[in-house]
Ligand binder design. Structure first.
Ligand code: GAF
Length: 391
């Protein structure tokens, strides 16, 4: 569904659920990271784009002066959430409500109180697919609260508030990439984000001869499982041994000289991050120059490094990349890699636009033959960041 179609749908569903039209509607996109994986919490560069998949919230004041925010989901079987505003907002149940809870707590901490609301949520960002369904939900909540209260936050503060919600309410020590791109995405652009200075640079991506395919392995990942936090800690250990504030400041020669001073896993984690930061900067130059073969090679190199050194890939992600490599440039694929935190989720492939259908079919059938799993494949143009659609 396009965003206007989605808005229409959510608006009608809100009226069916609550018996009146919504007063506000807000939407925030998921993202796909083209390159720059596990670099954000190392002060490095990332190159994501917002995708045409959204968390959408429709809302109105609650009836009868209730001092709570009720959120229902359009999907059947999802437990509704009620967030009481009469005291401090804390993590609670159901689990998914911790994303909006954390954001609401962030607004209250700034003295911004939206008052009682009835909300309907609908999301087209696949859950647990590495496409930032959680960031989309956080940013959508923040955008809705801005609309309701008329208090617009500075975009950087808004993204950081959402990141804090994820740290403190969902227990995931994520970097800043997902929330930044969901807030700051721009149509037909990738976002080159310097995660140290937080400076953003829009990189045009509107060459009609290429498309980005998102291949969902339909194997779910769990960032909260502890592996993400473990990787983060290993990077901090490496930086400490190298005597630098973060791996952004480390160079490959210094790492080689210090190799014997660190555990082999820590060494390989650092090697990934240092290489990936460099690849990301080069890939951004490649996109600017429409040098697709180079961008594609950098994507393959990124995947190999995530698989071998960072060890966050899995058999299914590797299978997709191998199939893509087998198709090759002749068959229409420039490059392919896992995207997001890893341990399942999605791959992103850079393909010739006129081969999208053929490449999708081939990946789909070969992936099924290799793994027995049905992949979900779609393409997306770079989308705009979060918006207030009504209100
Ligand atoms: C997840 C995190 F939320 C991001 O901050 C980032 O670290 C990513 O994994 C890996 O690049 O999406």
């Amino acid at each position: 569904m396009t965003l206007p179609e989605l808005t229409d749908y959510v608006s009608r569903q809100f009226a069916r659920t609550y018996g009146r039209p919504p007063r506000w509607i807000a939407a925030a996109p998921g993202r796909v990271n083209v390159i720059g994986e596990h670099t954000d919490y190392n002060d490095g560069f990332v190159l994501p784009m917002a995708i045409e998949r959204y968390a959408v919230m429709a809302a109105d004041h609650s009836v009868g002066g209730k001092d709570s925010i009720s959120i229902r989901d359009t999907s059947e079987g999802v437990e509704p959430a009620t967030i009481d505003l009469s005291g401090p907002v804390k993590p609670g149940k159901p689990k998914w409500s911790n994303y909006p809870r954390g954001v609401i707590a962030g607004f209250l901490a700034r003295g911004i109180n939206p008052g009682g609301l009835e909300v309907l949520l609908h999301s087209t960002v696949p859950l647990g697919g590495g496409l930032s369904s959680s960031a989309a939900l956080e940013v959508c909540t923040a955008t809705l609260l801005e609309a309701v209260t008329g208090k617009k936050l500075d975009p950087v503060e808004k993204a950081l508030l959402c990141q804090q919600a994820e740290h403190e309410f969902a227990g995931v020590p994520c970097g800043i990439m997902d929330q930044f791109i969901s807030v700051m995405g721009r149509e037909n652009h990738l976002l080159l984000l310097d995660c140290r200075s937080r400076q953003t640079d829009l990189v045009p991506m509107n060459d009609p001869s290429v498309a980005l395919l998102i291949v969902n392995t339909n194997v779910k990942h769990e960032l909260g499982s502890g592996e993400y936090a473990k990787r983060r800690a290993q990077c901090e250990t490496a930086a400490k041994i190298l005597g630098v504030p973060s791996l952004r400041d480390a160079d490959p020669d210094a790492l080689e000289s210090a190799k014997n001073k660190m555990d082999n896993a820590v060494y390989r984690r650092a090697r990934h991050v240092i290489g990936e930061i460099e690849r990301t900067v080069h890939a951004a130059e490649g996109v600017r120059a429409s040098n697709w073969p180079t961008v594609g090679q950098l994507m393959y190199a990124s995947h190999a490094s995530l698989r071998d050194d960072y060890e966050v890939s899995c058999a299914e992600l590797d299978a997709v990349v191998e199939i893509a490599e087998g198709i090759g440039i002749k068959g229409g694929v420039y490059g392919c890699r896992m995207t997001g935190g890893g341990f399942g989720g999605c791959c992103v492939a850079l393909v010739k636009a006129d081969t999208v259908e053929a490449v999708s079919k081939k990946i789909s059938s070969d992936y099924k033959a290799k793994t027995g799993i049905d992949a979900t494949i779609f393409s997306s143009r770079p989308a705009a960041g979060a918006t207030v659609i009504k209100g």
